[in-house]
Design a protein around this ligand. Structure first.
Ligand code: BF8
Ligand code: SF4
Length: 664
């Protein structure tokens, strides 16, 4: 069972001290983790890596070689690679969008008075979304608005013809481009189904046609399913605002019942957060010998959801799920959907930890299954916590090792929160950000997103890139496991991030009271990045489309097909994407060329692959500078401190932040 010894020391494979300590212990005990299994899968199949393996029909599987350049049906490398790529995008889109659908169905039940213990927690968010999607809200009751809005959202999933309504949230120039290029998606579900249809044997064989549909499908994810998921989460659970918390395995407690929520969908974890404060639950925990009560902590994007809204601490990101169990201190790990490793019950078997799966669609062999019924959410949440309390009694202190490492952080940066920080209560506005970009105090804005991957040193690329770009006066927006990586490195505290920031960025952030690295939420919340970039366009002065604004997306350590979909909707939105790891498309120069070059002609943005952080930083900076040059705002020397004349201009701009852009 035990894996072969890994040639690299734990400290070369993970970055944070807590993970190093647990991984060292895991390897001594011979526990199987992603870090040992990756060593058992040393050289990934080269056909798979290049995307030239096809198993879409039973005349195959076929793989492309120099001697056999076509599959049995005649498909060549271009067709096979493009089909495989489209299926990845469809998978990612399905995951984000099905998550969105579950939330819309919950909102609809709430609107009909059948939402059990759920309600509309943020009426302002409801009215904001209603206005954005063209639903009449003035003078109407919340339930009435919510019903119409949820019906509209549901119709976006099932729409059979015509473009998604939600595309109207994009800058007008971008929505127009999508129509002209015939990539405006129709129904979200339809796009995914069509992806499967196009890629089945004998249908779409033209790599350009297949890849175009990949972008169309991805737009239905970013501007459709994910946008809806974020909007409905904010309505039901509250729009995030800045909140303090901590991240890393050290948040687990010796004296409390540790309940780890892991996965993506926030409905159950919201209820757990509330139930953990219930007096009867706290008393039960005390009675069981846990004076600290219930200590709720998160992993992956469920962590990000409850962090953003409640400041619940983060136990870790993707590759720490097994490490958390290996502390021996987790009394219950509650999993829902996506990124939950099937290995968890096996790791847990050496401890008292109970792994409980809760989503109807997601079973894990060896885990207990407690399907979560929203009609009895409060009771279900309390039952789970009582089960965890009971299990706490079985915790073996001799097996517990909690690394003494966790970092403070600030998260909770929704777009309204950013707008408020920039402009204050009366003049909430993006104007100060646009001005700072135009005056070259801020070079540009970069979204650093995505996963961690055991094939590289975990978190290292993300954090090196974040530090470098901060020093170059780049404002950083983060989501997903990348945000947790930076949290563990201390980069989500304003103090540390400001120290790393270049002088212009630091000055702006200190003036408006905003940290230079903004945690914007989970991976479906990459929609918040689209929304923020759109706000920059609408604010004026930096072009009229996303392809003009100095904004770049980076996925340094991605692993999930969800990241492929996210990358595609960023590019389709006109935002260049730098990947730290290449797609599985190398077997087709034509597909590679389409993604890395032809896309620019269609969308004004493309993919770039840069396997090390310095190279990625240079590429990001050169894209930002090129965009600045096109806008004619590149003249000011970079790294320049504000002198008094500058300061007067800046203060003037701040005073007139409500004004329209100069000369546009
Ligand atoms: O959806 S960043 S490892 S948890 S896929 Fe998964 Fe990747 Fe983490 Fe968030 Ni996103
Ligand atoms: Fe082979 Fe074509 Fe079937 Fe793919 S679809 S497995 S290339 S015969």
């Amino acid at each position: 069972m035990a894996s072969k010894q890994h040639p690299k020391a734990p400290s070369a494979r993970v970055s944070d001290a807590a993970s190093v300590e647990i991984l060292e212990r895991a390897e001594l005990s011979g526990a199987s983790t992603a870090f040992s299994r990756v060593h058992d899968q040393p050289s990934p199949c080269k056909f798979g890596t290049q995307g030239i393996c096809c198993r879409l029909c039973h005349m195959g599987p076929c793989r492309v070689t120099a001697r056999a350049p076509r599959g049995v049906c005649g498909a060549d490398a271009d067709t096979i690679v493009a089909r495989n790529f489209l299926r990845e995008v469809a998978g990612g889109t399905a995951a984000h969008s099905d998550h969105g659908r579950h939330l819309v169905l919950l909102l609809r039940k709430v609107a009909q008075g059948q939402g059990g213990d759920y309600g509309i927690r943020d009426e302002t968010a409801l009215r904001r979304s209603a206005r954005a999607w063209g639903v009449e809200e003035a003078g109407r009751e919340p339930a009435e608005i919510a019903l119409e809005l949820s019906d509209l959202f549901l119709s976006e999933f099932g729409r059979q013809e015509g473009s998604l309504r939600t595309l109207q949230l994009a800058p007008r120039a971008r929505a127009g481009l999508w129509e002209r290029q015939h990539v405006a998606p129709s129904g979200i579900d339809r796009m995914v189904v069509e992806s499967m249809h196009r890629t089945t044997m004998g249908v779409d064989h033209d790599h350009r046609s297949l890849l175009t549909h990949a972008f169309r499908t991805a737009i239905a994810d970013g501007w459709g399913g994910s946008m809806v998921a974020t909007a409905v989460s904010d309505i039901l659970f509250g729009t995030p605002s800045p909140v303090r918390s901590r991240a890393n395995l050290g948040v687990l407690a010796h004296d409390a019942v540790n309940v780890v929520v892991h996965g993506h969908e926030p409905a159950l974890s919201e209820m757990l957060a509330a139930a953990s404060l219930d007096p009867s639950i706290r008393k039960a925990a005390h009675d069981a010998g846990a004076p600290g009560g219930i200590n709720l902590a998160g992993i992956c994007c469920t962590a990000n959801e409850v962090l953003m809204r409640h400041g619940i601490s983060v136990a870790g990101n993707f590759l720490q799920q097994e490490l958390a169990v290996l502390t021996g201190a987790v009394d219950m790990m509650i999993i829902d959907v996506q990124c939950c490793m099937p290995s968890l019950p096996e790791v847990a078997a050496a401890y008292h930890t109970r792994v409980v799966s809760t989503a109807e669609i997601a079973r894990t062999v060896g885990a207990e299954h407690a399907p979560f019924d929203i009609k009895q959410a409060w009771e279900a949440a309390k039952d789970l916590l009582l089960g965890a309390i009971d299990n706490f009694r079985r915790r073996d202190p001799a097996k517990v090792y909690i690394p003494d490492h966790s970092e403070p952080l600030v998260a909770g940066f929704s777009v309204p929160a950013i707008e408020y920080m920039l402009g204050g209560t009366y003049r909430a506005s993006f104007r100060p950000l646009n001005d700072a970009i135009m005056q070259n105090r801020i070079l540009g804005v970069v979204g650093i997103v995505g996963c961690s991957n055991p094939r590289e040193q975990v978190d290292a690329f993300t954090n090196a890139l974040t530090r470098r770009l901060l020093s170059e006066n780049v404002l950083i927006l983060q989501t997903g496991c990348a945000a947790i990586a930076s949290a563990k490195a201390g980069l989500l505290t304003p103090e540390t991030a400001l120290q790393a920031a270049g002088p212009g960025l630091r000055e702006v952030c200190e003036t408006v009271g905003m940290p230079p690295v903004l945690h914007m939420g989970s991976c479906v919340d990459n929609s918040r990045l689209l929304e923020a970039a759109t706000r920059v366009v609408r604010e004026g002065g930096l072009g009229d489309d996303l392809s003009q604004v100095p904004v770049v997306g980076v996925a340094p350590e991605w692993m999930s097909e969800k990241a492929v979909a996210i990358g595609c909707y960023f590019v389709a939105s006109g935002i260049d994407v730098v990947l730290g790891r290449p797609f599985h498309v190398g077997g087709s120069p034509a597909v590679t060329q389409f993604l890395e070059q032809e896309a620019t002609g269609i969308f004004g943005a493309a993919f770039h692959t840069c396997p090390d952080p310095d190279q990625a930083a240079e590429r990001v900076l050169s894209i930002l500078r090129a965009r600045r040059e096109q806008l004619g705002i590149h003249q000011q020397s970079e790294r320049k401190l504000m002198d008094m004349a500058d300061r007067r201009v800046f203060d003037g701009a701040a005073v007139h932040r409500g004004c329209k852009p100069h000369g546009h």
